[in-house]
Design a binder for this molecule. Structure first.
Ligand SMILES: [Zn+2]
Length: 160
């Protein structure tokens, strides 16, 4: 386990550089939006990479997209009996300003699509809980939030 920074050493630069990185990646994501729409089940999105590198820098080791678990969780921390899903706010209907954006065209299609994603997410969670896994969901809008990410780290460490 790598040493943790003292409490006073929570540099805001960490999260602003996270935000800047996400903004750059967002530009790429937006230009590829139509390709993205076709592949909601994609892996390796910018928010996912951000969560992975956050955890990796703090000494956590994990597997990715494990096909042996229900729903192929994005990140699997076996040692902590925890899986993490990194969800796009729009695609998975997060209760935030990004999640409440309405599609301009084909609104019914997207509403149905998001509802289907949500019920699939719930089903995956139930299966994983039943198999004794802790299930964490990190929303796209949270990946640069130092507080949210630190709380996740504390929960993980409490499971050892
Ligand atoms: Zn959100």
């Amino acid at each position: 386990m790598q040493p943790t920074a003292p409490p006073g050493d929570r540099r805001p630069s960490t999260s602003s550089s996270c935000t800047a990185r996400m903004m750059r990646q967002k530009i790429l994501t937006t230009s590829a939006r139509s390709a993205l729409m076709k592949s909601v089940g994609q892996s390796d999105t910018a928010p996912e990479r951000s969560v992975r590198s956050f955890l990796h820098r703090r000494g956590f080791r994990f597997r990715l997209n494990s096909a042996s678990l229900p729903g192929r969780p994005d990140i699997v921390l076996s040692r902590y009996r925890t899986v993490i899903f990194v969800h796009g706010c729009f695609w998975h209907g997060h209760d935030c300003r990004h999640g409440s954006v309405q599609a301009k065209t084909n609104r019914d299609f997207w509403t149905a699509k998001i509802a289907a994603n949500r019920s699939r997410d719930e089903r995956k969670s139930r299966l994983l809980h039943a198999a004794d896994w802790h299930v964490e969901t990190i929303w796209e809008c949270e990946v640069c939030d130092e507080e949210v990410m630190q709380r996740l780290v504390r929960r993980l460490r409490s499971r050892l």
